[in-house]
Design a protein around this ligand. Structure first.
Ligand code: ZN
Length: 76
């Protein structure tokens, strides 16, 4: 019984994550700015040096849903 419950729970979690990803990629009206949602991958970026900064990402390519870090312009 517990095993079935766990399986159900796992499947539900996966579905939620999948839907979340799809929603972010295919949203027709994308946000120009994402705050604290995506994270800059550049380890020399000010965001990883300065504490307490908000991670702000700016939409650069609406078609491809490309966001860039506001501070170092790295793709996120
Ligand atoms: Zn950055």
């Amino acid at each position: 019984m517990d095993k079935i419950k766990k399986l159900l729970h796992d499947n539900i979690s996966v579905d939620v994550i999948e839907n979340d990803k799809k929603a972010k990629k295919s949203k027709p009206d994308q946000q120009q700015e994402l705050i604290d949602i995506l994270k800059c991958k550049n380890d020399r970026c000010i965001i990883s040096v300065e504490r307490g900064l908000k991670q702000i990402c700016i939409l650069k390519d609406k078609e491809k849903a490309v966001y860039r870090c506001k501070y170092c312009e790295a793709e996120v």
